[in-house]
Design a protein around this ligand. Sequence first.
Ligand code: ATP
Ligand code: MG
Length: 583
Amino acid sequence: MTEAVETRHFIQQMIDADIERGQWGQPGDRSVITTRFPPEPNGFLHIGHAKSILLNHGIAKEYGGRFILRFDDTNPVKEEQTFVDSIKHDVEWLGADWDGEVRFASDYFEQMYDWAVELIRKGLAYVDEQPVEDIRAQRGNLKEPGKESPYRDRPVEESLDLFERMKNGEFGNGEKVLRARIDMGSPNMNLRDPLMYRIVNATHHRTGDAWHIYPMYDWAHGLEDSIEGVTNSLCTLEFEDHRPLYDWFIEAINKDRDEKIHHPRQTEFSRLAISYTNMSKRYMKQLVDEGHVSGWDDPRMITIAGFRRRGYTARSLRMLATDVGVTKFNALVDMGRVENMIREDLNERAPRRMGVLDPVKLTITNWGEHGDDDRVEMMPVANHPKDESFGTREIPFGKDLYIEREDFMEDPPKKFFRLGPGREVRLRAGYWVTCTDYTKDADGKVTEIFCTYDPQTRGGNNPPPDAEGKVRKVKGTLHWVHGPSAIRAEVRQFDRLYMAERPGKKTGNHLDDLNPDSLEVLDGALVEPSLASRGPDEPEWEDGIRRFQFERQGYFCLDPDSTSEKPIFNRTVTLKDSWAKQQ
Ligand code: ATP
Ligand code: MG
């Protein structure tokens, strides 16, 4: 898998042509290219946002231009500083370094206000006093034109006066709005005298109580882009119908003006949608607020923070973005494809360890035949099967071991190449053992397995041929831990949060499709002692999160809730796509 894009997508081709033509300056000047990521700080970012960030940042980087991180903080009611902080962290984590300081739309409120006044003066905007519901009712529909407001032709002076008083806080919420004066008969509904400002008497997370009017998205967005010198305003397909309005506002400001403001180009691409997830902030917020998950960063969430906590790497998200590409067609990406990216990355980069998630005791009865029952042998084992640079470590082996409960059967079928009475298996990097006996409790649960070991199989290697030259063989290799030195750990295994490919499609309520078994907590897992702290052989990850493959089990990362007494491991992904088989 390469991270490089092989074919140039339609946005790159468009920008190439712009540069050649000199759309933004001197022909050939690439460094003028400026993109931005404009999140509203009203929630955590999700994987769809990651696609947008990587696209915008990637383009700026490719052309040697600028990538701007701007908070679209135009709604004081829903926005919070905590979201600003989490977003900055996520963008940084993705490796999308931004140009200069973080920008805020609220820094431009004064400038936007002045431009709105200009529009009123030019007869291109007016204050409407009808209730918002009436305004909505008069918009008409795709078949019928809208109805003009009785305030549409009011004198400019009146609108100027009212607009200033709106700004000064003289009116209640919803009492008045500023509207663009465009065309109530336009076939494009967005051009039917859209709202530019509404009254919101609320405290803003940055500007406090300075403002009582707040700009609407369509009015604000293009102006923010213009102020920052953005050349390419990339957004998702639903904004295609808004593009004429985007352009109209910039042209309205530039009308009869000597000094024109910069006119960015809006281009739409398809949003990322992934099966078995819901990327609407409203629904994500509901999951958090109603306690269906532990928080925005719950490892089952489709948020960047959730994915990170689950063990996903930034690299795997970059691989996904490249793999999915940039198009104009909305398509549902299979969750299995997302999981394959992280599998591919972790397969290359995660060191191997042994951990027994559901342990059952295994005792080697002939271990201390010479009176040295306590003997512990250190067994060297490679940290990566295909990459020697990962080195080797030594793990203790002795009389008291634990293996995975599911690796033993009292009465196994022939094809069960694991342990059962009379059967022999290889304990990985340990010895070969043969089961001689086992005990059960009153409920019939196996409590202990007894084995003998073959001292000639040290390191898990084949024993020498017997007298007739025959070499004994085993089919199964099991992972294990050494009881006295193992560390007790909690393991959190996640399944998909939703059971339906498109949550809520059937009943209209996404909660109906929640998977009741999306979290399984195993609190008696035992892991090898090397996991206690990062040893010299353990690679350091760019984000400091410790990630591993637990052999035969999957990929895991250390959860931030871990303590020195009790590490917690989150299962990032299984080794194979078990879901695809189930379906
Ligand atoms: P909401 O409108 O509910 O707040 P949003 O997802 O649109 O949610 P924004 O913060 O407005 O959130 O989005 C920031 C940027 O991310 C926008 O440029 C938007 O086009 C882009 N974006 C949002 N969702 C996706 C997605 N699924 N795929 C790609 N880009 C997306
Ligand atoms: Mg939005």
